[in-house]
Design a protein around this ligand. Structure first.
Ligand SMILES: [Zn+2]
Length: 334
């Protein structure tokens, strides 16, 4: 059995890596009662039917994440799985507002995740960056207050992102907070063009100044935008299994990934909320390979893209090393 191709994961919500077994272990330790008989019953509930039932479960289960240690264990569990799937570099999202709303301060979350990330290279061979996301269905004022609360921790935070319910919450709502993030020297990404229109992708670029677009697949509705994204080499972080589970597309065979590659777009493959969407980054790679008939050379391009799109500008020697590993990799059948 061949080792998986080396890759970076750039679209991963740490809260979305909470597996049922760990949820029960953390609940037991923290004295939290979950409304499910056991991990198997909870796993059944993970087969949600639409976006709202996913979000209800997702936010409900966060009740088990209370202490810094809980966040450390959650992050360790992700990194261990990611390492086994060939991930060499991970840029990890977290949602401070979802935790603050239930009385868990931003500092606890950052300290907890950070304790895992600090030893990630040594333990899992994965370099990391941390990206703080704002919930777009919350107000711009709340996002600004969150950025303010993060100021003591900026040595651990590489950038800001924007996630949660897209439609009706256009990027421009967060102009001010992204301007402030830029002043603080933070990198900028945003979810756009997942369920929302191609116009949201333009707005994320023009109004928020994002350097990378999360999802972005609806750009395919707008050929001029596709040309621009290709010309400017703006990375798009695609999450194929998530798109199927949230009904953005019907099946993996309908995924525009291959067409996007052929249009010259810098696309990457990621897992989004892997505990909930049926697989980690390895399953996403295997899924699109099988459903879209991708060749070894196309898979190599996706792996190469993931490192090119990553925020490794402060460590170009490392990026070169990773890219060399991708070039040297032998796909099955090559
Ligand atoms: Zn996402």
């Amino acid at each position: 059995m061949n080792m998986p191709v080396p890759k970076a994961e750039l679209h991963l919500h740490i809260e979305g890596t909470l597996e049922p077994e760990l949820a029960f272990a953390l609940a037991a330790r923290g004295g939290v009662t979950l409304p499910y008989a056991d991990a198997a019953a909870l796993r059944e509930a993970y087969r949600f039917s639409d976006l709202q039932s996913f979000l209800d479960l997702y936010y409900g289960l966060m009740a088990v994440l209370r202490t810094a240690e809980d966040f450390t264990e959650l992050t360790d569990a992700y990194l261990e799985r990611a390492a086994a799937q060939g991930v060499r570099h991970a840029e990890i999202f977290f949602d401070p507002q979802a935790h603050a709303a239930r009385g868990v301060p931003l500092g606890t979350v950052v300290e907890g995740i950070g304790a895992s990330l600090e030893r990630s290279e040594e333990r899992y061979g994965i370099s990391t960056r941390l990206i703080m996301c704002f919930l777009r269905d919350e107000s711009a004022e709340s996002a600004l207050a969150t950025l303010d609360a993060a100021k003591p921790y900026l040595d651990r935070i590489t950038g800001v992102g924007l996630d949660s319910a897209e439609v009706g919450n256009p990027p421009a709502k967060f102009r001010e907070v992204y301007e402030e993030a830029a002043r603080l020297g933070l990198r900028r990404v945003a979810h756009a063009g997942e369920e929302g229109p191609a116009a949201y992708v333009r707005e994320a670029l023009d109004v928020l100044g994002v350097e990378r677009v999360d999802h972005g697949l609806r750009c395919m509705d707008d050929p001029e935008l596709v040309d621009r994204l290709a010309r400017e080499r703006v990375p798009l972080t695609l999450c194929p299994l998530s798109n199927v589970r949230l009904r953005v597309i019907d099946t993996l065979a309908d995924h525009p990934l291959r067409a996007m590659m052929e249009a010259g777009l810098l696309v990457t493959v990621n897992s989004d909320d892997p505990a909930y969407f049926g697989g980690y980054v390895g399953e996403n790679f295997d899924g699109v390979r099988d459903a879209l008939g991708l060749t070894g050379e196309q898979l190599r391009e996706l792996a190469r893209n993931s490192f090119e799109a990553s925020f490794l500008e402060d460590d170009e020697a490392r990026r070169e090393r990773y890219l060399a590993e991708v070039e040297a990799y032998q796909f099955d059948g090559e």
